[in-house]
Design a protein around this ligand. Sequence first.
Ligand code: BG6
Length: 508
Amino acid sequence: MTSRIIAVEKFDLIVFGASGDLSARKLFPALYRRHRDGQIPDGARIIALARSLDSAESFTQWVRQKLQQFITAAEYDEGAVKKFLACIHPLKLDVNDETGWPELKKKLKNSPNPICAFYLAVAPDLFGPICDKIAAYGLVTPNARLVVEKPLGRDGQSARAINDAVGKVFQENQIFRIDHYLGKETVQNLMALRFANGLFEPLWNSAHIDHVQITVAETLGLEARAAYYDHVGALRDMVQNHIVQLMCLVAMEPPRSDASNDVRDEKLKVLRALKPITAANVEQVTVRGQYRGGVAQSHESGKARSYVEELGSPSNTETFAAIKAEIQNWRWAGVPFYLRTGKRLTERCSEIIVTFRAIPHSIFGAGNEQNAAGRSNLGTVHPNRLVLRLQPDEGVKLWVMLKDPGPGGMRLSYMPLDMSFSKAFGIAVPDAYERLLMDVVRGNQTLFMRRDEVEAAWDWVDPILEGWSTCQMAPKPYPSGSWGPSAAIALIERDGRSWYDSSSAGTD
Ligand code: BG6
């Protein structure tokens, strides 16, 4: 089966920060793939803005090199690359002075393309000044869109300031705040599973669900991001946005439709129903960690260095966070959401695990001993689990109890009904940015965060940060290559549960 390609309208995509890391790793590869597959029509232009630019040729040559680096050899097609590079119009522009702005205005004024999207792949302190310049040069048209990347602030106050600055120039329905986790295939499939099947929704509540886990584990460490990461940490970098957004999609009420504001209204209600975590309970329900040296990852030689060694100075920043979150509403009262994320963990894997309640009575006995009637038991009955795997190997597993095959009588096994999306649909799962960039052109905001969502997420996260500071909660050390500090294991085990481990068949 192949995916259906519907070309988008012709557009001008104006990329600020086109020579930066995000453009190299994500934007150009995603745009190349959409162009190669015919989704980007002839005549569309990518206006690549960079402060230092020797020549248009040297820039397109740089893009070619980055494509070679960040897409697979199988995806790299010289003919397709040449055609793609022809859509790129590099322009030297400085956001701090007038360099390049008149030329940009000229290019856009005479453009035959109906859609114009400004992508700010730059630090957030530049969002306001760039928007002001865009307005001053008269470039805001009704069909203009603005795309901004996280971090959207480092707390509620700074997020509001950013939102005010961009909101002065663009209407909310023109602003696309990217959270690339929302563009991941499995995340969209979560909505399809919940709302296009009759099977799950009647069970999707505290009467039938015991708890939910969301794990986003990385093997990477600090890399070359010290300047950004050490001021941010795992809570702001991953929880405030990606993990909280996943939690909202699991927990939200069925929206009236898939229209962007219907979905975002429901997500907002979840954010507002989150039980506050403050200095009073932060030590009981959160864990901070920081990696020490340990097992080297496959691409490295020798022993992995600690965060502090990589950084080159002492630091109190957390590279791991675990939280027991609670949603205070009728659907979810009493159902904990255990969230965890960290760098330098055992493996790279992002999963949402919904664990259903145990059956009320087992006709098969309760363990491995003999039952009251003297018959031997037939295997432990484990609760059903729905596992949505975001990466790697995107797919869905539903763990169920089945009979062991064979003539020897009834013995039970815990087995997954297992669907890998790439195997089932026979196509490579697209990168999140491919979907999100095309949605920007289509003007579909469903997978983008609305202003009030971002601010409500900070309203929940800010008191956690304040609690950590009031209680002087230093990050607990954990060895690189482990699953984080032992306190994170204790966090869930205190409740008689354990973190899902795909390698041990998901049993408790
Ligand atoms: C980014 C974070 O938003 O997401 C990074 O800033 C993190 O620290 C990355 O590594 C993870 O994204 P993905 O898609 O590789 O899971």
